[in-house]
Write a protein that binds this ligand. Structure first.
Ligand code: AKG
Ligand code: FE2
Length: 288
């Protein structure tokens, strides 16, 4: 995604006038109609990297962190994977959001649902392992872990790793969520919150979360859209489709505040694949 010479010159001019970074971001958003996360990326690009070839990327300029990504530039609307062609239904550059159709066959959706056992109240992964009463109010669906020995789980995880160009060892155990009428998942971020009690321990052992792939295993009768609260984006849950988004900066500036709307009729089943960065050894934590 590119921005124009005019935008670049405007920013350079504002900077020369002594405007602050924040003022520039708001001006870009107000005057040119960019969403705030995009206005941030452009301001960063112009201020820090002298224009960054007038391109904006979903990864913050200057960041060296590797990120799961769907390379849509090399293909048309259909991405050929080893065992399946998936179709790009929608994509956004920053924050990076890609909606895919035909990611799973009906048979795979049904098999994943059938292999979910031992549903329990969902734990909100805020960096704290224990779900508090507050947490339970945020997410009312039930969760189950899918056995990684299951042949369908293995197939789907391999496909995910190929699609996102991300190592399997950095994919969490696949989780299923089941929403009944009245259930919802209030807006949240998926990354672990720096500052939470066990943040250092989690991240030093198994890395920070950097991306999410939500796979829709059925089509709810009513409600259950996934929405990005700050972006004005709503995605309908449709059996077999998948929603990818990433948050390489793991802060509120990632723009990925999202939730699952209340299911008002029928059920909603999803499988969530969270992607992790490599473990980040910390001097503050002594691993047993
Ligand atoms: O149910 C949804 O649509 C959202 C799920 C979600 O945000 C998650 O699993 O992290
Ligand atoms: Fe989430």
């Amino acid at each position: 995604m590119q921005f124009t010479e005019e935008v670049q010159q405007t920013l350079q001019h504002l900077k020369a006038q002594g405007k602050t970074y924040t003022q520039c971001v708001f001006l870009l958003a107000g005057e040119f109609g960019y969403s705030l996360p995009v206005a941030h990326r452009i301001t960063e690009a112009v201020w820090n990297l002298d224009g960054n070839q007038q391109e904006i990327f979903h990864i913050p300029p200057g960041s060296s962190v590797a990120c799961p990504e769907i390379d849509t530039r090399r293909h048309g609307a259909s991405i050929p994977l080893s065992d399946r062609h998936v179709r790009v239904a929608f994509e956004q550059i920053a924050p990076r959001i890609v909606l895919l159709d035909d990611f799973l066959s009906d048979q795979e959706c049904d098999a994943l649902c059938a292999s979910a056992e031992g549903f329990r109240a969902s734990v909100v992964m805020s960096g704290n392992d224990a779900a508090t009463e507050v947490d339970r109010g945020i997410r009312t669906s039930m969760s189950a872990t899918l056995p990684s020995s299951n042949i369908f789980v293995q197939k789907v995880q391999r496909r995910t790793a190929e699609l996102l160009n991300w190592p399997l060892q950095q994919c969490e155990t696949l989780q299923i969520q089941r929403y009944l009428p009245g259930d919802q998942y209030k807006p949240h971020y998926d990354y672990f919150q720096p500052g939470a009690d066990d943040f250092e321990q989690i991240v030093s052992r198994s890395g920070q979360r950097i991306g999410t792939l939500i796979m829709y295993l059925n089509t709810p009768e009513q409600g259950g859209d996934t929405y990005f609260w700050n972006l004005g984006i709503k995605i309908k849950a449709r059996k077999g489709s998948a929603l990818f988004f990433s948050y390489p900066d793991a802060t509120t500036r990632s723009g990925t505040f999202h939730g699952g709307d209340m299911v008002t009729a029928g059920e909603k089943w999803i499988a969530t694949q969270w992607l992790r960065t490599p473990p980040v050894p910390s001097t503050a934590v002594c691993d047993q």
